[in-house]
Design a protein around this ligand. Sequence first.
Ligand SMILES: [Zn+2]
Length: 182
Amino acid sequence: MAILKVARLGHPVLREKSLPVPIDEIRSPEIQRLIDDLVETMREYNGAGLAAPQVHVLKQICVIEAQGNPRYPEAPAIPLTVLINPVVTPVTDELEDGWEGCLSVPDMRGVVPRQTAVRLEAYDRDGARIDVVAKEFFARVIQHETDHLQGKVYLDRMRDFSTLTHLAEWNKYWLGIQEQDD
Ligand SMILES: [Zn+2]
């Protein structure tokens, strides 16, 4: 396994659309190694998720995990989840504001409105189908990560940039004042 270099905002790869993984390639050593490297890289940098384009690979793969994460100490736990070719469909019009950060936008936070529940269809790393309705924090992270596969970052989803803040100022001025969701 390897810790991969994470593309930062401004790198064109973050603005490109990723391609689906052929189903019969999911179990290939190359894809399995990429998944392992995504997981290791996400954990190394304390991300709650990481998408393949963030490591310069334009494939529709992302990994999500949140448990005991120092970057998101109040986040509900999400077990390690690997999503391949995910399709996300809102199941509600309800939006909720929550704080987000991104390993490709280091040391920044901003408030992003997201659907509170989404249907998630995808494949897992064994090629088995996933079809679930995800809610709240899990739904937020799914929307954030799958946006990366479409060349979007969370900044694109903010209503405005009045809450965009450096992490040190976030800790100083915002933490605990506004509802923290991410
Ligand atoms: Zn991100």
